[in-house]
Design a protein around this ligand. Structure first.
Ligand code: ATP
Ligand code: MG
Length: 668
């Protein structure tokens, strides 16, 4: 079943007869550190204030930005599910992220500390960033790019990528960033979908100690026959210095065209609903969707949430979000949120294990990173590598830790808290999506007493509910489906060029109530705090009980031998589905004959016999999207002995062969 269908129709596995089981219990609580609470950007009263006047609250947040013309109306929801926020307002995103800070006297503050994988370094101040963005905006204009034209960006994690995005925003040309490790085919289909006029890329980049060529992939995507036809120019940044194939007339060196431009450019103001970017989802559940975001509401929410959730203090913090700019996390929390808040941040080109497994912690130490935002997949990898790696580094600068991308298993959360935060730093587990544009559910570091594994509450100004299959809110202590029952400023404005798919995917499931259906399962615990339980498509139905993959995985990860686990429900004649688990062991653990039995017993003890996996397979790796998320649907294909579904966003296809060869195909 295609993911789009699953998301719009009745959720697979979530039978109509009952809500999701609420199996895992967690008693640990961590209060915010007193000093942080005292000086926090956002206090507890924000919840009441925003609940009393939600639109007034967002209007107040919008005033964080510079508007060339103020809005006439905060929200127009009359065309639901298409929202218009800050109607009639006009602003320029690049001006807000760069020029404004130079004008207020902060031109010498470092915006980006760039750390190349080979160890080359460069710090870019806000004044330098302003000049570079102006030059790039002039260059794009010279190449014929006008407001409304689409620009594809296929670049590594280098400052020019940020400059390119801001230059597009400055001239009102929506960008479509495509992750640099994607294939020419994936790039081509994204260029075609958006009909992009210009492609910005690089000669190559550094990854895992070697130089990866990028330009030949870009060429393949736009080549004359069968390639993307809309591209008029390919702008090439010199990063790796390698020889590149060249098409005269079409290809232009970035440095040649930008160097001859004036370093001043007048930022035009755009309508609050002017398109800012198109970005494709990760493809965890199926074919990626081209999500459209616009200007005023998006910038308001990413700016507010970045300040509130990370407690950013622009004069003293050093922020590091380890995501790639190819994902929404990079858009919202490397580029637009932090820069609109005048953050100083780290931009790292490479992988966590080059030249050694301590590279992240070396970066934290070198730049004095105070706020670190990373993903559960990275944390579980660090668990696998062992505690002795981070223990070698001075991590005392850290004060807030963030997590995003997948549910974080309580044991991974504890590991992060103890081994990276050294027991001092609050963890903000942030739930959101490409579609939501900004963070929606998260603790506030100076307010919330956190629980390992819970994203806790919707942020001030945000309204979310956990409902049953009929759309009724579930009581505390029960599980169901996560919905957003009120529009929010940075919500998607559609799927590019496909209005019907937008309505079907997000709004058809609870059409009567007018809820946005996120596609995720969740539970409300006894206190009403929210726990994300993974994709609704992944929920298992075992002997009449809906069981979440996340809970079983978290139980497995709470065993000292397990670093990472992926669980799927495979068809079973007697029980409906049987639970099949794939586990990766923690560093120093060997696979022993008794392990599977021991893990089964452990799960039964932790959450109950009903959740006991029927099969457990130790594997060296799990199939992940290029954004690092586990692709359970492929494991399910293996467990059910079927041909694999769409693998275009899979990091490494050979992983699947390895797993498939290890799994006994008999249904034992
Ligand atoms: P696709 O929509 O193409 O299947 P995707 O959903 O993985 O891909 P993203 O928009 O990158 O694409 O990811 C959003 C999803 O990631 C959420 O719907 C949720 O399932 C998961 N997620 C993100 N953050 C969290 C979190 N803190 N806790 C639990 N799940 C999270
Ligand atoms: Mg999704």
């Amino acid at each position: 079943m295609a993911a789009e269908e699953a998301a719009s129709g009745a959720p697979e596995g979530a039978g109509a007869q009952e809500t999701l089981s609420n199996l895992l219990h967690e008693g640990r609580r961590f209060a915010p550190p007193a000093a942080l609470a005292e000086a926090a950007n956002v206090r507890a009263d924000a919840y009441q204030a925003s609940a009393a006047d939600r639109l007034g609250f967002w209007a107040e947040q919008a005033r964080r930005l510079h508007w060339d013309r103020e809005w006439d109306q905060v929200l127009d929801w009359s065309g639901a599910p298409f929202a218009r926020w800050f109607v009639g307002g006009r602003l320029n995103v690049a001006y807000n992220c760069v020029d404004r800070h130079v004008e207020s006297g902060h031109g010498d503050q470092v915006a980006l500390h760039f750390e190349g994988e080979p160890g080359d370094r460069r710090s870019v101040t806000y004044a330098e960033l302003q000049r570079e963005v102006c030059r790039a905006a002039n260059a794009l204009t010279e190449l014929g790019v006008r407001a409304g034209d689409r620009v594809a960006i296929y670049m590594p994690m280098i400052p020019e990528a940020v400059v390119a995005m801001l230059a597009c925003a400055r001239i009102g040309a929506p960008h479509s960033v495509v992750f640099a490790a994607f294939s020419p085919g994936a790039l081509r289909s994204r260029i075609d979908d958006a009909q992009a006029k210009v492609l910005i890329t690089a000669d190559g980049y550094h990854r895992r100690g070697s130089v990866v060529a990028l330009k030949p992939n870009a060429d393949e995507a736009v080549q004359a026959e069968g390639g993307a036809q809309s591209i008029e120019h390919v702008l090439v940044v010199r990063r790796s210095g390698q020889e590149v194939p060249w098409t005269t007339g079409r290809d232009v060196w970035w440095h040649e065209v930008t160097e001859r431009q004036p370093d001043q450019h007048k930022a035009e103001s755009f309508d609050s609903e002017h398109p800012l970017f198109i970005l494709y989802t990760s493809g965890t559940t199926g074919k990626p969707k081209g999500i459209l975001h616009t200007t005023g509401g998006y910038l308001t929410q990413v700016s507010y949430t970045h300040s509130a959730v990370f407690d950013l203090k622009p004069d003293s913090d050093v922020f590091w979000c380890t995501a790639d700019i190819g994902w929404v996390t990079g858009h919202s929390y490397i580029v637009y949120g932090p820069l609109s808040n005048r953050a100083t941040e780290v931009l790292y080109e490479g992988t966590p294990d080059t030249p050694n497994q301590g590279r992240f912690w070396e970066n934290v130490d070198r730049y004095g990173v105070t706020i670190l935002y990373t993903a559960p997949t990275a944390i579980r990898t660090f668990m696998k590598w062992g505690t002795e790696v981070p223990a070698r580094y001075d991590l005392s600068s850290l004060r807030v830790l963030g997590s995003v991308g997948e549910p974080i298993n309580p044991e991974a959360w504890m590991w992060y808290r103890e081994n990276i935060g050294r027991g001092r730093c609050p963890i903000v587990d942030t739930w959101w999506q490409t579609e939501t544009g900004g963070i929606m559910i998260s603790p506030l570091p100076g307010v919330t007493s956190t629980k390992p594994g819970s994203a806790m509450r919707p942020l001030p100004g945000i309204s979310a509910e956990v409902v049953d299959v009929d759309g009724n809110p579930v009581p505390n202590g029960a599980g169901g489906l996560l919905v957003l029952d009120q529009p929010w400023p940075s919500m998607l404005r559609g799927i590019w060029g496909d209005e019907e798919r937008y309505r079907q995917t997000y709004w058809a499931r609870f059409a009567d109530q007018g809820y946005y259906f996120a596609g995720d399962g969740a539970k409300k615990d006894e206190d009403g705090d929210i726990w994300l339980l993974g994709r609704v498509d992944d929920i298992m139905l075992v002997s009449g009980h809906n069981i979440s993959t996340t809970e079983v995985e978290s139980a497995l990860v709470s065993h000292p031998a397990v670093a990472e686990a992926a669980v799927v429900g495979a068809v079973d004649e007697t029980t409906g589905q049987r639970i099949v688990a794939f586990v990766i062991l923690r560093g120093g653990n060997e696979e022993v004959a008794t392990l599977a039995e021991e893990l089964k017993a452990h799960v039964a003890r932790e959450i109950g016999p009903i959740a006991k996996p029927r099969q457990i397979q130790v594997v060296p790796e799990l199939p992940k999207t290029r954004s690092g998320k586990i692709m359970r649907r492929l494991l399910k294909d293996v467990a059910e002995d079927r041909a694999l579904g769409d693998t275009t966003t899979l990091t490494d296809a050979s992983v699947m062969e390895l797993i498939s060869s290890k799994l006994p195909h008999a249904t034992d």
